[in-house]
Design a binder for this molecule. Structure first.
Ligand SMILES: [Zn+2]
Length: 303
């Protein structure tokens, strides 16, 4: 894991930070060390929240190599007993969730742009291709390392060298950037996959920024508390994790004596930070908005 002071979206130096802990599941499964303090950085320039600790390539491979597979589930369920098998197996598979996501994507594309049809679509990291709205038409491809079978009408590309040399009319990058140690390099990589200035890049990330951190202040007393937490017996850490995560999920608040944890999401965007990340990597943003629990953007590369 390396350390980062500058904002990975806009490049400014982060002005504020809050003490946090590496998640017990991440510490065991990815980092292979005890939980430890790190920092949640806040960029006052663009608004991005991010952790100063970044995953190395090897750690990314450990975390996402068999993502949500049996080994992943067993370790995660051990450290987070509330993370159930049913939840794990239904993530991204629930027909209602898929239909709702596709309707929201279609609506956003519809209201954003004069371009409504795409002859070719690539969903980068798009699982089984279930999140390309059927109504978009066109030939659909998904770039996915896992061998999850594709939904009908979608072709899987497992190797980047098999990407169409002329690029794609629409490239989708959904729920990927929040996991990326270097989101700017990932956005730059997409340049090559767009079929010219008329092609569009659609980016979607979760909106998770509204967490109240007043009980996780950057003070010596709170840092000392976190240090103490790292030395507690494992069952107590699990209880404290449950209490903290529950409050964070339900009330968007880290409760007194709780902790904010570094888990799989390492970048927390809002509309401004996503726009700034796109502009800093050579895109012109057509439309960008926060809608409910999602931030969406449509962009292209000017000629
Ligand atoms: Zn920034």
């Amino acid at each position: 894991m390396s350390s980062l002071e500058n904002c990975p979206a806009c490049g400014a130096s982060a002005t504020r930070s809050h003490p946090v802990l590496t998640a017990p599941f991440i510490a065991a499964y990815v980092l292979e060390r005890p939980i430890e303090p790190c920092r949640l950085m806040i960029c006052d320039d663009c608004g991005l929240w991010f952790f100063d600790r970044r995953y190395s390539d090897a750690e990314m491979a450990k975390l996402y190599g068999n993502y949500r597979g049996d080994g992943y589930f067993e370790v995660r369920h051990h450290f987070e007993p509330w993370y159930t098998r049913a939840f794990n197996d239904h993530l991204g598979r629930d027909p209602k969730e898929i239909a709702a996501r596709n309707a929201a994507t279609s609506a956003f594309l519809e209201e954003s742009d004069d371009r409504k049809t795409f002859a070719t679509i690539l969903d980068y990291g798009g699982d089984s291709g279930q999140f390309m709205p059927p109504g978009l038409g066109g030939e659909k491809f998904v770039y996915e390392l896992s061998d999850a079978p594709c939904v009908p009408g979608v072709t899987r590309i497992a190797d980047k060298k098999d990407f169409a040399a002329e690029g794609y009319d629409l490239v989708m990058l959904c729920h990927v950037l929040e996991h990326a140690p270097d989101p700017a390099s990932m956005l730059r990589e997409m340049h090559a996959y767009l079929a010219g200035p008329e092609a569009r890049l659609y980016v979607e990330v979760p909106y998770e920024r509204g967490c109240n951190l007043k009980f996780a202040p950057p003070t010596d007393a709170y840092r000392a508390w976190l240090k103490f937490v790292t030395r507690l017996p494992a069952p107590l850490i699990t209880l404290l994790d449950f209490y903290s995560s529950g409050f964070r999920d339900r009330f968007s608040l880290i409760p007194p004596l709780g902790f904010f944890k570094m888990h799989e999401h390492i970048n927390f965007f809002d509309a401004l930070s996503l726009k700034r990340a796109l502009e800093a990597t050579g895109y012109q943003v057509v439309h960008c908005a926060t809608e409910g629990r999602c931030v969406r953007a449509l962009a292209h590369r000017p000629a």
